[in-house]
Structure formats: structure tokens, C-alpha cells
Design a protein around this ligand. Sequence first.
Ligand code: HEC
Ligand code: HEC
Length: 401
Amino acid sequence: MRWWPLLLALAACRPGTATPAPRDAAPADVDGSAGAALAGLDGSAGAALAGLDGPALYGKLCAVCHGADATGYQADNAPSLVNRTFLESATDEQLRRSIAEGRPGTSMAAYGVARGGPLAPEAVGALVAWLRGHGPPPIALPARSRGDAARGEALYAAHCRRCHGTKQARGDAVHLANPRFLDAASDPFLGWAIAKGRPGTSMAAWEGTLSDAQIDDVVAYVRAFDESAAAALLPPPTGKEPIVLHPEGRAPSFEPRSSPCPPSRADAGKPACAPDERFVSVDQVRQALAQKRRLVIIDARPPSDWMRVHIPGAVSIPYHDLARLDEVPNDGTWVIAYCACPHHLSGDVVDALRKRGVRRAAILDEGILEWHRRGYPVVTAPGVEAPPQESRGLFMPGVPR
Ligand code: HEC
Ligand code: HEC
């Protein structure tokens, strides 16, 4: 069965899909400097990253999902950032915007200060310079003609949907309907990606299969995904939000689960991995909240994501700036950390807590996107909707659509 390793990977980490993103906020004020220095807007976020150069920033902030060598897929859906056809077709401005504005509703947060992230424009520039060092400079791309979106729709359904999903439901590959993606990607960029593919990945070169005019039609259809409504952001976290929820409440009676040992290990005759009870389900946490139990909930994502949507009472302690962990009591109070992925960034925070001796620290198992999708309580910026359903299975090869 070719697909079951993929399914296991998906079960371990299942990010969600694009939802409307802020349109009225100004894009990050980016300049061309590839300088190494970094200054956060609010001081606190900058402090943890101050002085880091491009490689160090990449290692600290990005490798966890895009991999140490940036070839991607350390976390689900996180694409290669150094593929030749990507780097030769993406402009520096596009790279800056992708990093600064993120892909709201996916695990790719907005890292620019203008959107509540930790990175000043120079730091974003340093990351772009680092990426550029791993591949070719941009080339002049062929212009595209105006295609027919209706014809493109049929081609997309036949050839693209099983990996890229629909407007409402994502697949496993980059979600093309994300408004931030479409803001940053030009038609020539889209056409180049479709024609040339992404060598070494499952994204094939379609130029032999589709004619130039058909590629224009598909581009027109993808472009037409972008009609989403505006959403504003919540004010940024002040750093003064109370850490402990319901300090007078009783302790919740969580029953954490362990992560399953990867079956490949058993196959290889290696000892099963040590049980590590570090995952608490969204249902248990929702119940503890409803019963006003004493606990700490940490949002491990960059603050820009907290400013879109968070669990009520969740305190923003991003994986890249753990200073506020000092305020977390080490007195048996349960601490739950969450992110969107749903385990990578929260896992970092739980590791850091355990290093500090906080034993009752666990990861929100299904993550915030699934919490939101299920309609559990959230604080959102106006206009932010629950992420679309996952499309797992729906777009599996061979499954009738
Ligand atoms: C928690 C996981 C995660 C982290 C951390 C993360 N990314 Fe991403 N990134 C993603 C995902 C997932 C996508 C694709 C969005 C989608 O699924 O549609 C993405 C997309 C991108 C893209 C657009 C790529 C394309 O093909 O259009 C760029 C550029 C990027 N990330 C750079 C970065 C940089 C630089 C950092 C560090 C500052 C970073 N990312 C941190 C998950 C992550
Ligand atoms: C078998 C799965 C699969 C199919 C089918 C597929 N893609 Fe892709 N596509 C991917 C993957 C995976 C990537 C990201 C590869 C990487 O890591 O660089 C991608 C990347 C892209 C990108 C570039 C996104 C970016 O930001 O870099 C575009 C545009 C795209 N695909 C469009 C299409 C279109 C249009 C079709 C149909 C003609 C299609 N794809 C069919 C898997 C697929």
C-alpha cells in the first residue's frame, strides 16, 4: 500500500486551510537590505532574536517546518523553499511578502512586524538573501495571455484538485486559493510553476500535457479563487495577560496520550519508542475550560496568528521567544501549549517547559485549527472564519470525486 505512510504522516500533523486574511492592513514595509541585524517592534519579540543573521534566523524560526536545508516537508505541506524553478520564478518581493504576511489559516504564520510577527524588514531581507544563496536568481518569465476561467475549472478538477484541493478544502500541496499567496504570486509565476513543475517533488511539469492556452485557462481559474472578504486583526498581545486561567479552580483531570511509535521502527526490529504522554485532546481541554479548571494555555505560534484567532485566555508565548515561560508556575498547574501544525511549535514549548521541570505540560493534540473547525470557543478578529474542512481522502488518487 503506497499511501499508508502518507496517511500516518498526515495523522501526525494536519494543518488547515486558508481563511480570509486582512486586506486593509498595510503590507510589511520591506526594503532591499539583506542586513543581519534584527529589531522587533515591541522590543520583547526582537530581544530573543536580536543580532541573529540570516542563517541563524532560518535555523531558529523556519527549519522546524521547512527543514534545515529548506527542501521542505519537515512539517506537512511546508514546501521546498529552494527548488530551482521556485527560486528562478519568485521575485525577492514575493519572497519577502510570503515571509512577512504568511498564509493565514495554514501553519505558515506572518513573520513581519507589520502583521504582528517578530521580524523587522531587515530580518526578512536577511532571510530572503539566505534563501537566494541556495538557488538561482530570478529570470525574466514569459508573459501570459488572458485565459478562460470556466475552461480552466474543468482542467483544474481533472489534473490539480487531488493535490491542491479546492477553494474551501485544502489538499496536501500548497493551498493556491490562499489570498496571501495570490496577492504575492504573479500570473507568469503561476504559469511557470505549472509548465515547469517543481523538479524532485510530486509537482510535475505540465507543459507536455497541457497546451500554453490551457495553462492560461488554469491560471485564470486559480486567480478567480481570490474573492475573499476582509478581516481585521485583534490588538497585539500586551505581554501582561494573566498566565493562569481560573487560579481558584480545581486541577483538570487530563488523560494525556502518548505518540504512537513509528511502525517503521518496529519493522526494523528496533525497540519501540519510549511512551511519552504529551498529547491532550481538544475535547478534554474544552471540558476543562467549561468547568473553569485551573490551567495555563499557551499559544506557541507567532503573535500574528494569536491576533487572528486564539483560545479564550490563551497567553501568547511564541516558540521563537520563550521569555514569558519564566512566569509559568511550577506548582503542578497543568500547562497546555498549542499551534496550528498541530505539534511542531507547541512541541518546542512543551520541551522547554519540561526542561524547566514543569512536568504537567502537554500539547493540544489536534491543534488550534481543528479546535476552531469544531466550533469550540475562540476569540477571533472580526471576519475570521473557521478553517475549511480537511480534504484528506476526498482527493486521494483513485478515489472518485
Ligand atoms: C509551522 C510551520 C512553518 C514555519 C515555522 C514556517 N513555515 Fe513557511 N510555510 C509553511 C507552510 C505549511 C507553507 C505553505 C502554505 C500552504 O500550505 O498553503 C509555507 C510557505 C512558505 C513560503 C511560500 C512558499 C511558496 O512555495 O510559495 C515561504 C517563502 C516560506 N514559507 C518561508 C518561511 C520562512 C522564511 C520561515 C521562517 C521565518 C517559515 N516559512 C516558517 C509552514 C511553515
Ligand atoms: C501529485 C500532486 C500534484 C498535482 C497533481 C499538482 N500539483 Fe502543483 N504542486 C504540488 C506540490 C507538492 C507542490 C510544491 C512543491 C515544492 O515543494 O516545491 C506544488 C506546487 C505548485 C505551484 C507552486 C506554488 C508555490 O508557491 O510555489 C503551483 C502554482 C501549482 N503547484 C499548480 C498546480 C496546477 C495548476 C496543477 C494542475 C495542472 C498542479 N499543480 C498539479 C503537487 C501537485
